[in-house]
Write a new protein. Structure first.
Length: 297
């Protein structure tokens, strides 16, 4: 197989068309078209559905792109590293990370990493949706309690848990009375929260009065005395220690585990290895208190 033709096929697939690929790579469109045609002829397969405003991969083309894209990236990276004389981190590092962790910690983490490794260009996309690492060309994904995927490997670098907190101005309910609650979006539709307290298990009846789209907004609302809320301990621990919030109990729910994920069939690049090590250095034990101290030293 012609590796140059395969590389050109991946270039066109990644950009979704010959024209876009040609402009991105400063290459003649006709050359890319000819190389892809040669590859199709050598494989006796049609790799693109031609027609319409956007080129679409066939089923065979999609399979070839997914299986060869990372390998070609590794080859290009290895060549660049060898020519540079070593395995030092360099090049672009694309990261996808969840909203809350991005907002409270990733700006500082990325800045520290960029200062440590000036040859790496860090790009962070903030989103909670699942992403396709190969198709969207991410080097590293940070996710909360991700579902197992055969194509990805990784490790936990932070563990957290949810606690129920309220401002001192919010009275504890008497009996089964419901207390006003601040919740995130439509995720929590329960009318009570089961918690563990210092005196044992308990149930807190709640009536949502505010629904907000981010945990930072929920924290601000509960600080203002709007009601009780479930917050990650890392986000609430400083307020609890300072007396701005009271700890009503720990929610009976699975722990929050933050994972770093990357493709299992890809050799771990120097820049990804360096960023994983950077996270380990920032959070050596992966505890909520470490994250709280990092957010608000």
């Amino acid at each position: 197989m012609n590796l140059i033709a395969l590389a050109d096929f991946n270039l066109v697939a990644r950009h979704g068309g010959f024209g876009k690929a040609a402009r991105a790579a400063s290459r003649p469109k006709a050359t890319l078209s000819r190389r892809v045609a040669e590859l199709e002829a050598s494989l006796d397969l049609r790799l693109f559905e031609r027609g319409g405003h956007r080129l679409k991969l066939t089923e065979e083309g999609q399979a070839l792109y997914e299986r060869t894209g990372a390998l070609l990236a590794d080859l290009e990276e290895s060549t660049a590293e060898i020519s540079a004389g070593g395995q030092r981190p360099r090049g672009r590092l694309r990261i996808s990370a969840p909203l809350l962790f991005s907002h409270v910690a990733l700006g500082k983490l990325a800045a520290e990493f960029a200062l440590k490794y000036p040859e790496v260009r860090v790009e962070v996309t903030t989103e909670d949706r699942p992403v396709h690492m190969v198709e969207e060309t991410y080097d590293l994904v940070i996710r909360v309690n991700p579902a197992p995927q055969e194509s990805l490997v990784g490790r936990v670098f932070m563990r957290d848990r949810l606690v129920v907190v309220a401002s001192p101005s919010v009275p504890r309910p008497a009996g089964d009375d419901a207390v006003p609650a601040v919740v995130r979006g439509q995720e929590d539709m329960r009318d009570s929260w089961d918690v563990t307290t210092t005196t044992g298990p308990a149930s807190i009846a709640v009536q949502p009065v505010i629904r907000l789209s981010s945990m930072l907004m929920v924290r601000d609302a509960v600080r203002a005395g709007a009601g009780v809320a479930c917050l990650p301990l890392s986000l609430a621990s400083r307020d609890i220690a300072d007396g701005r919030l009271l700890h009503w109990g720990t929610l009976d729910a699975p722990e929050i585990a933050l994972w770093t994920l990357y493709p299992s069939r890809r050799f771990l690049s120097a820049r990804v290895s360096a960023f994983v090590a950077h996270l380990k250095e920032a959070f050596p034990n992966g505890t909520p208190d470490e994250l709280a101290a990092y957010i608000d030293p």
